[in-house]
Design a protein around this ligand. Sequence first.
Ligand SMILES: C[S@@+](CC[C@H](N)C(=O)[O-])C[C@H]1O[C@@H](n2cnc3c(N)ncnc32)[C@H](O)[C@@H]1O
Length: 188
Amino acid sequence: MKPFRKQREKVIPYASGRVLEIGIGSGLNFNYYNKPNISEVFAVEPDSVLLKKAKKNAEFNDIKLNIYQIKAEELPFDDRSFDTVISTYTMCSIPGLGKAMSEINRVMKPDAKFLFSEHGKSPDAGIVRWQKRLNAVQKRIAGGCHLDVDIPSEIINADFRLDQIESMYVPGPKFLSFHYWGSASPLK
Ligand SMILES: C[S@@+](CC[C@H](N)C(=O)[O-])C[C@H]1O[C@@H](n2cnc3c(N)ncnc32)[C@H](O)[C@@H]1O
C-alpha cells in the first residue's frame, strides 16, 4: 500500500488546530500528523473493530483521541467548531455522502480546511464502465466502497471552494487507483 502512504503524506501534514477525522478506520493517518500544529483530535468511526484499533493506534502515537462510534451523516458537534476536517479513503464508503458533506461543512470554522485523499471516478470512459460493473462486488468485499464517486463534484456540491486539487492514477488496478487529493474551504 505504498502509493496510499505517499498520498497520506501529501495532505495530512497540513492538518492543524482542532481536527476531525471522518471514518478514521484504524488511524493510519496518525503517522503523518504534524503534532506541534494540532491542538485536539476528534474522529467518527461506525465500525467497532476499527474504532478499537484507532484507539490503540492513537495511544501508540501518543495522541489523545476523542472518538465516537457514529456515522458522518449526523455529526454531534457544534457549528463552526473545527479548524481541519480530514477524509482519506472514506468518501467512497459513506452511503449518504451528500448529507455527510453538508454536516462536514456545518462543523467547519469559516477559515477551516477540508483535507482529502480519495480514489474515485476515472477520467477515462472505458475505466468508468468497469468501475460501474465492479461496484456491486466492491461494495460487498470492501465495506460499502463505491468505485466511481465524482470526488470534486461531491465537494463542490456541498458548498465548498476547491483551493487545491490534484489527480492521477497511482500504481494499482486502474478501476481503483484514480486518486484525487487536496484541500477545500467551506463557503460561508
Ligand atoms: C477504506 S476505509 C478508510 C479508513 C481511513 N479513513 C483510512 O484512511 O484508512 C473507509 C472507512 O469509512 C468508514 N465509514 C463507512 N460508512 C461511514 C459513514 N456513514 N460515516 C463515517 N464513516 C463511515 C468505514 O467504517 C471505514 O473506516
